[in-house]
Structure formats: structure tokens, C-alpha cells
Design a protein around this ligand. Structure first.
Ligand code: SF4
Length: 651
């Protein structure tokens, strides 16, 4: 359903389709997101996909809840005027008309999709709901119930996890079954039960993790304190996902067939090996889902090859939350030797160093989302992250060396932080302007299942559902609190697009924002600064065009060269002194070299570690505007197509 990305098939639906088909159940997947995108155009679609404040859900709320008339003027005035006006080139005065039209068209669209689905004659219809797909899913299932009451309806996905799923089931009676958690192991039993016994399964046939009509009839007795949740144990032997229906839908969509370069999701593991030990405070992984389960590397390679053969696509995006460290032994080295070159994206902990990034690049990894979050060790500690500042900077250095695009940003307003980190980070920025910059300073979100939600009292939060939920759902505040994924602190009225802390820390925060802007501008300019090192084996020639450079070029000889090289991958300060002491160098001599390197800003001293900052040559320059291997859209082509059409796609 909208507003799921159109550049890739749904891993969840592809997997469930395969599992059901392998068990003799006939399945078709409808990609309503592609159909809706074709109607409203990729610019508006992607805007709604990424917009804050439940905008995507709000566009379908009228279709789901026609009787519910929230104060739209408040929504426009308080929430949206600045945001879409800037992004979509809409004049604020035109906004009410355009958005009202958007919502009316969404009602027509839901009608159209519901008719199409009912015409196919299915016995069971289910939607996968994550991100902003919840209200569109509720809308289409409701319309299907109106049109053909005999069809059994189902809803699953991240928005149905635990309490959210229970509330969805309780408040929206046209949903027969809600699956909370992972459906892989239970979907066959559930669907077979319904096919054999009809809508109202007896309790003995309702799998663990499923909320059923029988629970509704019993007033959800026994579920409220501990909502059910399914966790797959057979995940690693799941079949290959079936993405056929995605490619059929894409082919049938004239504009997207031209502008979408699809990528294929691939799943190597579920859960998080780091989160099992220490849950990053902002992470919304739900308890049991943090449990780490991984496929073998041989299995992953087979899947990549099979999907590549079947769909002729060599772009892949790992859905994993974190790269498995074992892959550096038996996955990336094998992929690196393949004759067929792949383009791969994944999420990785920045604890990995040069060797790891090199293996990834050889395997075809061109795009990484590292869990950097901050360059300040104090903040990283507050976030429960695995790394310290020096390791995050080392990651940026080697990522840039291998030309891997790094998508990263800094988190702002970390609970329990003071303003000192703004200044500490701002001071670092000028030395790092030859490395890939953080693209934004992002307000930390208060998400369900994060430590801020689970232990709100510890963080002195008084949480309630974010106020935008009240513009979307006809529910009481308590019900919204049970349904919501995004929260706000009553005492601070947190805003997504306008950080509440802005006024609280103007000078320090502004210093960091200014430093980040300068870093981004320098890096994106045609004269991107460099800090390059050319090692001849006898001496290192340094070329430094950063604005903070002491000299544009100089040479490191003898012991200075040796010390610099010893710090290439980061080294404990004590170890460096020990190492060179054992070679007969006096501490005072090492001091002199270190001081000189620090003065030239080619060496950093952080967290009792030294890290040299130059990019050894030859290196590969990171791209300015990379293509995301898990699917991309070509906006230039879209604009060209719109220009030659008599009536543009976007209304
Ligand atoms: S933020 Fe990433 S590393 Fe941290 S617990 Fe969540 S998934 Fe794991």
C-alpha cells in the first residue's frame, strides 16, 4: 500500500507469497503503491513517503474514516504550511485546495483498488503495514469488507507489533486477524485454518502471535497485559521471496517503468547482535525481535544469485539492521570473487576498519548506512553505541578511501546530554572536511520500544502519542497512546521538523550547524578539499587543501613517517609510545613528532587514541549523488517525461 517505496518489491510480501505457494495456497500480490504513485506522480509520492507528522496517513484518513472531520485548517496552519510549500513549489494559499483534492483522490483510489481486488475473488485479503501504510491499509480492507463481507481480512507488519496490533484489532472491527510479529512460521496454519473452517477460528487453531475474532468476542481477556507476538525460528530456511507481481506491476505502470531502477531486498539476518547485549537507547527494536538470527553466507550467496538469474537485476539492498561480522570471513570475500559484479547497500556498525571496508567494496558494496549517530564519545555513551569518536572518524576515513557512499547524520537533543558536545563536534569539523559530511542534525525521535519509551521515567519523559495522530485517527488520547509508534513528551511538546531544543541552546547549537553547513558546502563544491598522502616507501608527500591546513604540501620523513603510518588505522596513545620506545626512541622525541603532526592537523588525538587523517593515494573518490542499490528513481527523466506530456502526471 502507499506510501511504501516503489523502487523495490516488498520483502515481507514476497516471502509470505512464496511460503504460502510452497504449501499449495494460491496467492497474488497487489502493488497498490505503484498504482497510486502513477496517479499522483513520483514527486508528490516521495514527498508523502518522507514527510513528517503522519502526512502520508493523513492523505488517506478521509478514505478510512469518512465521518471523522479533524480541524484541517489547524493541520495546514500549524503543521504543513512551511514543509510542502517549500518542497513541492505549492503556494501556501493554494495548499488547502490541493491537499483537500489529494484526500478526495485517495478516496477514489481506495474504491478502485478495493473493486479490483474483490473482482479477483479472493477468500482472504491481507495487507502488510509498516511506516505510513497503516491508514491506507485500514481504508482498503474496510472498503473490501463493505463490498464483499465474505472475504476474511488480515493485517500484519511493523505497525501491528504487540500493543499496536491489539489496539488496531480492537478499534477497527473490519479487520478479522492481526498478526503481531513475524508471520513466516504461522501464516500457513492461519490461512489453512481459515480456508477449512471459515472466518471464526476456534482458539486452538489460532497461532501464537495472532489476534483473532475469538479474542474480540472475549473482550481481549488475557491479552492486554502481555499482547502476543510471533518470532520466527525457521527464518534461516525460508524460501526465496517471490517478486514476480512487483515486476508485473512496474511493467504495467508507464511512467515508473521508465524512471524506476529497481533494487532487490535481501535478508541475511534478523535482530541485532549488538542490541542483544546493549540496546541503543533510541532503537525501536521490540524485545524478542532483537534476538539475532542469521542465514549462512552460502545461503545468502545462493539467494543473491537466484534472484539475479530470475529478475536480471544486480542491485541489492540488505534489509539487515547490522552487518554480521562473520560475513567478513565468508560472504564478502566470496562475492568479491564473483565474475558478475553486484551493487550492494547495507547497514553496518562503524566499529569496522580498513580491512573490512576493503572487503565490502570488493564485494560490490557502494552505499553504506553506518550507525555513526555522533562524533562525540560522551553522546555515544549516552546512546549506548558500540563505538567511540575516534572509531567513527576512522570509519569515515576508510569509507572515503574506498569511494563508498556513506549516508549518515548526527542525532540532536539526546536525553541527558548538555550543550558541550555541540562545541566539541564543531571544533572537529574543519579537520574532517575532506571526508563525507553528516547530511543533517536530526532530532532524536521518541519511538515505541526505544529505551525512552520503555523507561520513560528514567529519562523524565511524560510521553503521549504524537499530536499528529489526533489528526488522523478518530480515537481517544488513551487509544492513540496504545496505537502510536511516534511519541512526544508532554512537557516539551517535541516537534519533528522544528526541534524544540532550538531555543534552549542557541549559541552552541548554532556553532555546530554553521560548522556542518561549511563542511557540506566544501565537500560538495567543485574544489572539494583534499588531505592526501603519497607514500614512496621512504617518505610521505602530504597534500592538504583544507581551509584549516597549515601548509598545502609537506613531506614526512624517517621517524615522522613511521609514527604517522602507525596511526593510520588508529592506535592507543600508550601503545604508540611503547612501540617506538622499544625501537629505541625517547618519549621526548615521540612527543615532538606527535605535536608536529597534531599541529598540522593531519593527526587527531581522541579517546586516548591517535588517528592519522590523510587519505592514502591512490584512492577512489566517493560519488556526490550516488544511486541507492536498493532501488532508485530518475527525477531528471521524470521531469523530461512530464514536460513532453500534454497533461502532466502530477495534478
Ligand atoms: S540501533 Fe542498530 S546497532 Fe543499535 S540496537 Fe538498534 S539495530 Fe542494533
Amino acid at each position: 500500500m502507499p506510501y511504501m517505496p516503489v523502487e523495490r518489491p516488498s520483502l515481507a510480501l514476497g516471502l509470505l507469497q512464496s511460503i504460502l505457494e510452497n504449501n499449495g495456497i494460491s496467492v497474488a500480490t497487489s502493488y497498490a503503491n505503484i498504482l497510486w504513485c502513477e496517479k499522483i506522480g513520483i514527486l508528490r509520492y516521495e514527498f508523502a513517503e518522507k514527510a513528517p507528522r503522519m502526512f502520508g496517513e493523513w492523505t488517506f484518513a478521509q478514505a478510512a474514516f469518512p465521518e471523522f472531520k479533524p480541524d484541517s485548517l489547524r493541520y495546514y496552519a500549524e503543521i504543513l504550511v512551511e514543509y510542502p510549500g517549500r518542497s513541492l513549489g505549492i503556494k501556501p494559499t493554494d495548499l488547502p485546495t490541493i491537499l483537500a483534492d489529494w484526500r478526495r483522490k485517495a478516496c477514489d483510489f481506495i474504491d478502485e483498488i478495493a473493486f479490483q481486488i474483490v473482482d479477483e475473488g479472493p477468500l482472504v485479503v491481507g495487507c502488510s503495514s509498516s511506516f505510513s501504510a497503516h491508514v491506507p491499509s485500514l481504508a482498503v480492507l474496510k472498503r473490501i469488507r463493505d463490498l464483499e463481507p465474505g472475504i476474511v481480512t488480515m493485517l500484519g507488519g511493523a505497525n501491528c507489533d504487540s500493543e499496536m496490533g491489539l489496539t488496531t484489532h480492537e478499534k477497527f472491527p473490519w479487520i478479522d486477524y492481526v498478526v503481531s510479529g513475524e508471520a513466516d512460521d504461522i501464516v500457513v496454519d492461519l490461512v489453512n485454518g481459515i480456508l477449512e473452517e471459515g472466518r471464526n477460528l476456534g482458539l486452538e487453531r489460532v497461532p501464537e502471535g495472532v489476534i483473532a475474532p475469538i479474542h474480540r468476542a472475549a473482550g481481549y481477556s488475557g491479552l492486554r497485559d502481555n499482547p502476543p507476538r510471533a518470532v520466527s525460528t525457521s527464518f534461516s530456511t525460508n524460501p526465496l521471496p517471490n517478486y514476480d507481481d512487483y515486476f508485473s506491476a512496474l511493467k504495467a505502470a508507464p511512467v515508473q517503468a521508465e524512471i524506476v531502477q529497481p533494487g532487490l531486498p535481501i535478508e541475511g539476518s534478523r535482530g541485532c547482535w549488538w542490541g542483544e547485549q546493549r540496546h541503543c537507547t533510541f532503537c525501536s527494536f521490540n524485545g524478542a525481535s532483537r534476538k539475532y538470527r542469521a542465514k549462512t553466507s552460502a545461503r545468502i550467496i545462493d539467494e543473491i544469485e537466484a534472484l539475479n538469474n530470475r529478475y536480471g537485476i544486480d542491485w541489492f539492498g540488505f534489509s539487515d539492521s547490522i552487518v554480521n561480522m562473520k560475513w567478513f570471513q565468508d560472504l564478502f570475500p566470496v562475492l568479491g570473487k564473483q565474475t558478475q559484479p553486484f551493487r550492494i547497500s547495507c547497514e553496518v556498525t562503524p566499529i569496522v576498519g580498513k580491512k573490512h571496508l576493503g572487503l565490502m567494496r570488493e564485494a560490490g558494496v557502494t552505499y553504506l548506512q553506518p550507525g555513526i549517530e555522533s562524533l562525540d564519545t560522551e553522546i555515544l555513551g549516552l546512546l549506548n553505541k558500540a563505538t567511540k569518536s575516534w572509531q567513527n572518524i576512522r570509519f569515515l576515513k576508510w569509507g572515503s578511501y574506498y569511494g563508498i557512499y556513506l549516508s549518515w547524520w548526527l542525532l540532536d537533543h539526546v536525553p541527558a546530554s548538555d550543550n558541550g558536545w555541540y562545541i566539541r563536534t564543531a571544533k572537529l569539523c574543519p579537520s574532517l572536511c575532506h571526508l563525507q559530511p553528516p547530511r543533517k542534525l536530526s532530532e532524536i525521535l521518541l519511538l515505541r520500544f526505544s529505551a525512552y519509551h520503555l523507561h520513560a521515567e528514567t529519562y523524565k519523559f511524560d510521553l503521549e502519542a504524537h499530536d499528529s495522530y489526533s489528526m488522523v485517527y478518530p480515537l481517544t488520547q488513551d487509544e492513540l497512546n496504545n496505537l502510536a509508534y511516534y511519541f512526544q513528551d508532554r512537557t516539551r511538546a517535541q516537534r519533528w521538523s522544528e526541534p524544540a531544543g532550538e531555543a534552549e541552546s542557541p549559541a552552541e547549537r548554532k556553532a555546530l550547524v554553521d560548522a556542518m553547513v561549511q563542511w557540506n558546502e566544501l565537500f560538495d563544491s567543485t574544489t572539494r578539499p583534499v588531505l592526501e598522502t603519497h607514500d614512496t616507501g621512504v617518505e610521505i608527500h602530504v597534500r592538504d587543501t583544507r581551509p584549516c591546513a597549515e601548509k598545502e604540501s609537506f613531506t614526512l620523513l624517517g621517524e615522522a613517517r613511521d609514527v604517522y603510518l602507525a596511526c593510520e588505522d588508529g592506535i592507543e596513545e600508550e601503545r604508540l609510545y611503547r612501540l617506538f620506545g622499544e625501537r629505541g626512541m625517547a618519549a621526548a622525541g615521540i612527543d615532538l613528532i606527535v605535536e608536529s603532526l597534531l599541529h598540522s592537523k593531519v593527526l587527531l588525538s581522541l579517546d586516548k587514541h591517535f588517528l592519522s587523517l590523510g587519505i592514502p593515494q591512490p584512492s577512489t573518490e566517493p560519488p556526490l549523488s550516488p544511486q541507492y542499490p536498493c532501488g532508485a528513481t530518475n527525477k531528471f527523466l521524470y521531469a523530461a517525461i512530464n514536460r513532453v506530456r500534454e497533461s502532466p502526471v502530477a495534478w
